[in-house]
Design a protein around this ligand. Structure first.
Ligand code: SF4
Length: 291
């Protein structure tokens, strides 16, 4: 039985769009973007060993004349494309909301005010940080009962708490008429992200996700070197017992960068018998905030 204790989550964005990446590419989805991340990924789009400082100018501008909304924030072509969802300098844009308030907002953005065939994506930042404690209440809310499929978009470094793990298993079987599915879309960070290998590649943790649902790996690729790194990482995950699929996805939070290497990455995936993931949100919606 649902028993609301009014847990709260700090929410960077909540919007309705098409899932542009991975297993559910093309599926209409509600995106719940939580605030906070354990990484910075300032190496994306930079030469090896260099870190992006693009966000510094935006943070400076925000400090002087605050942006009012995520939609007003500039896009970046280097570093993490969802920087405002974890950088504390933008935390004022992310309200703390009760699970009840979040569910009401979800109902408002669903086209029929209830779940039909839409899928829920819990993303970030890194959504498996401390917010794990609030998800059971969110998922067991009566108005969420029609939800069949959830994806956690994670960097694959966070263990599931025993309570959260148990609640996910319960959620999957609580309504026998729904064939529920839980997916972990694991975007493991290679050295091109600027993060350290030993912090970012955590095979045992990702194998644990497979005990609860379907997990797959998604590597962001720009160069041959990135692919060589991905191969080493894949071998480490396989050695640990990981069984899921592997996707290669082109780097590129902005169209000009994405268009430079999407075809090359697709060809690389084909050549190596791996899956290709597009980033449909880039050509469709220019990867603007809220898409
Ligand atoms: S893990 Fe994801 S959200 Fe966190 S900094 Fe890296 S790209 Fe951004």
């Amino acid at each position: 039985m649902y028993n609301s204790n009014m847990s709260k989550l700090k929410i960077a964005e909540l919007f309705y769009s098409i899932q542009g990446e991975g297993r559910y590419m093309g599926v209409p989805s509600v995106f719940l973007r939580t605030f906070g991340c354990n990484f910075k990924c300032a190496g994306f789009g930079m030469l090896r060993g260099e870190l992006s400082t693009e966000v510094e100018t935006i943070a400076f501008a925000h400090n002087n004349t605050p942006y009012k909304d995520y939609k007003d924030l500039p896009l970046v072509s280097t570093g993490c494309d969802s920087y405002a969802s974890w950088d504390p300098r933008f935390k004022d844009l992310s309200p703390m909301l009760t699970t009840d308030a979040i569910v009401e907002r979800i109902m408002d953005i669903l086209p029929h005010y209830h779940w039909k065939d839409e899928h829920l994506v819990i993303t970030g930042g890194e959504p498996l940080l401390g917010w794990q404690r609030a998800y059971p209440e969110l998922l067991l809310h009566p108005k969420m009962s029609g939800l069949k499929e959830i994806t956690f978009e994670t960097n694959g470094t966070q263990k599931l708490t025993p309570e959260f793990k148990e609640s996910l298993i319960r959620w999957k079987i609580i309504n026998h008429q729904l064939d529920r599915e839980i997916t972990f879309s694991v975007s493991a960070k290679l050295p091109c992200s600027g993060e350290k290998w030993e912090d970012a590649i955590c095979p045992e943790i990702v194998c644990e996700y497979e005990q609860v649902g379907t997990a797959y790996l998604k590597f962001v690729i720009a160069t041959e070197q990135d692919f060589a790194d991905a191969e080493c990482a894949i071998a480490a995950y396989r050695r640990a017992g990981f069984k899921g699929h592997v996707y290669l996805m082109p780097v590129g939070g902005v169209e000009s960068v994405y268009a430079l290497n999407n075809k090359n990455v697709a060809l690389m995936a084909m050549k190596n018998g791996l899956r290709y993931s597009d980033r449909l949100q880039v050509p469709l919606f220019k990867n603007e905030w809220g898409t």
